[in-house]
Design a protein around this ligand. Structure first.
Ligand SMILES: Cc1ncc(COP(=O)(O)O)c(C=O)c1O
Length: 407
């Protein structure tokens, strides 16, 4: 793939931000459209056939989600997305326990893990340990083991990072937790389209996923909660989903999430190969076009194939993105770009603020084509060389930002 001749020109702009969100798969769209037509009524109405039919469609969706991770259907709790699933996992487990409680997580987790943990530490007396990572973004399993205390009730470690794509050793972490009867939660939002996860084999007690990160709809996600796990609800107000997450289920969204999981179940290894080929092509093109000035963050660690965090020497990521109006890229996660804060993930990996300001995240997804990658690589190389040439002739970044009207 890396050396093949590519011809044709892609439709622009080119979407390369698949860690922020994935488009709806056409199969999911079809199933959801049919569902909106076919099912009326509340899926929790048990006195008539409209309710039964909607409930049956949701049960089927639950089955597809469960199959994807080798869980049982009743262990799948629908939520509004992974932010809610992560909050439910952390707050729900903490509040279901009494006495001194300790939770272990990692500095590079998503904000929907870090902020609830901060809340628990500040307001609910929970002790929290955040493990450090090495320069490749990996935790040390020895440090995890040493951090465990008699009061430790939960370990939460994401399966793949949303900024770098780096994958932690989920099986080993699950084993460490299982041997000590500690619950293990993983945020698997970025993992499921390409990596296989088996909650039984990998000793995972809770797992979060999100519809819009796996070619399903926005506004729906799920938390897998192993049968028999004590978990307190975040909200009260109904008996739906065993009162763990009350509220009327949105039939079409649940059905869409189920279909998205069914599609992954069928195509995961092809999708992985597709993304791996495109990634190899992109990295080869950037490295041959630019040479050493390109560093891939977390390159030496296991990673999901669709996510590339690249640091470009000597230029600011913001300037590079400004030069690339045809490419939808990002400087970090969607959340960190909103807050304007430098990436806490790259910081934890030991990068300084100058290096962090030079990092761009490139996401390759199911619809990405070789023609698009070819075009994107050409554009990135040309823009980078242009910026470096500008620097040599007309000074520093401030000059360029003012000229571009950016503040
Ligand atoms: C790793 C990870 N966890 C959680 C979330 C939150 O997901 P949602 O948008 O479904 O709330 C995201 C979204 O960016 C993510 O990348």
């Amino acid at each position: 793939m890396a050396n093949q001749t590519i011809s044709g020109s892609p439709t622009r702009p080119i979407y390369l931000d698949y860690q922020a969100s994935t488009p709806l798969d056409h199969r999911v769209e079809k199933v959801m459209a049919d569902c909106l037509q076919e099912y009326i009524g509340n899926p929790h109405s048990s006195t008539h056939r409209f309710g039964h039919r909607a409930r049956h469609a949701i049960d089927k969706a639950q089955g597809h989600i469960a199959t994807l991770i080798n869980a049982r259907p009743p262990e799948i709790i629908f939520t509004s997305g992974a932010t809610e699933a992560n909050n439910l996992a952390l707050l729900g487990i903490a509040r279901a326990h009494t006495g001194p409680r300790h939770i272990i997580s990692v500095q590079t987790e998503h904000e929907s893990i870090l902020q609830p943990l901060d809340y628990l530490a500040t307001h609910e007396g929970i002790e929290v340990t955040l493990l450090q990572v090495d320069k490749n973004g990996l935790i040390d399993l020895g440090e995890l083991t040493s951090a465990i205390q008699p009061e430790t009730i939960l370990v939460s470690v994401m399966a793949a990072n949303n900024e770098t794509g780096v994958c932690q050793n989920i099986s080993a972490i699950g084993q460490i937790c299982a041997e000590r009867s500690i619950l293990f939660h993983t945020d698997a939002v970025q993992t499921l389209t390409t990596e296989s996860i088996d909650v039984a084999e990998q000793n995972i007690s809770l797992l979060s996923l999100s519809g819009h990160k796996l070619y399903g709809p926005m506004g729906v996600g799920a938390l897998y909660v192993r049968e028999g796990t004590d978990i307190a609800p975040l909200m009260r107000g109904g008996a739906q989903q065993r009162s763990i997450r009350p509220g009327t289920l949105p039939t079409a969204l649940c059905v869409g999430l189920g279909e998205a999981c069914r599609v992954i179940n069928e195509n995961r290894s092809d999708e992985r190969d597709h993304l791996q080929n495109l990634r190899a092509m992109l990295t080869q093109r950037l490295k041959s076009g630019l040479g050493n000035p390109v560093e891939i963050n977390g390159e030496e660690a296991p990673h999901i194939p669709g996510c590339l965090s690249i640091t470009f020497e000597g230029i600011e990521a913001e300037d590079l993105l400004y030069e690339l109006p045809d490419l939808a890229l990002s400087t970090g996660s969607a959340c960190s770009s909103m807050s304007g804060e430098p990436s806490h993930v790259l910081k934890a990996m030991g990068r300084n603020s100058i290096e962090i300001a030079r990092a761009v995240r490139l996401g390759i997804g199911r619809p990405t084509t070789a023609v698009e990658i070819d075009y994107a690589a050409d554009q990135i190389v040309a823009a980078y060389l242009r910026l470096r040439a500008d620097d040599r002739t007309d000074g520093n970044h401030e000059t360029r930002k003012h000229r571009n009207g950016m503040s």
